[in-house]
Design a protein around this ligand. Sequence first.
Ligand code: FPP
Length: 224
Amino acid sequence: MDGNGRWAKEHGKIRTAGHQAGAEVLKDIVKAADALGVKVLTVYVFSTENWKRPQMEVDFIMQLLGAYLKKEIPEFNANNVQVRFIGSRNGLPESVLEELDLVLQSTAKNTGIILNLAINYGGREEIVSATKKIVGAVQSGDLKVEDIDEKCFENFLYTGDLPAPDLLIRTGGDFRISNFLLWQLAYTEIWTTETYWPDFTPELLQTAVAEFGKRERRFGGLGN
Ligand code: FPP
């Protein structure tokens, strides 16, 4: 969800106003994704590197996130949205963790689209964390080294049982992965737009999905 700060600047507002506008847009995009038949929508809310931002901006995003999660529970439930979380709990404020746990618990039984929130998430951190869990499982005798393969490794990632993403949409015009789902994106199709996240629309989502539909995916093979 990139481009909030630049969107705010272009509108003569402070950066935090961009994050506020960005949070509002997410609601429409979740509904639009669901209507398009998307089963899992993962959004990059806050990276392990975003702590480097000015304290005031970090505090604002954390406060916005807590308030957003609290306010949206009825809407998530009305739309059968199951909210999940990927990232590290370490370092997240207690208030955010409380709201997060509440929304996870309140929506756990919903059977519609999965909204996977990447908060304090970093792809490298995720891989290191998975490695530590694997070493722990080997040391305790629950896992044999010879049983470690890609499938097994994947189960130790935050994404666990979720499928690898088919499509990555990056708003804001940059052409970078920015430490997002490093393992999972191996064969994901990438679509970028100059549009800043607060201006992202259901129509643009439709365009991205339609273009995805035209791609030939070979997964390293020769295709059809
Ligand atoms: C990237 O734009 C955005 C973030 C690092 C924060 C994302 C946060 C939100 C969309 C709001 C909170 C979300 C929820 C679900 C409540 P940027 O600040 O890097 O923009 P820039 O590249 O133009 O500076």
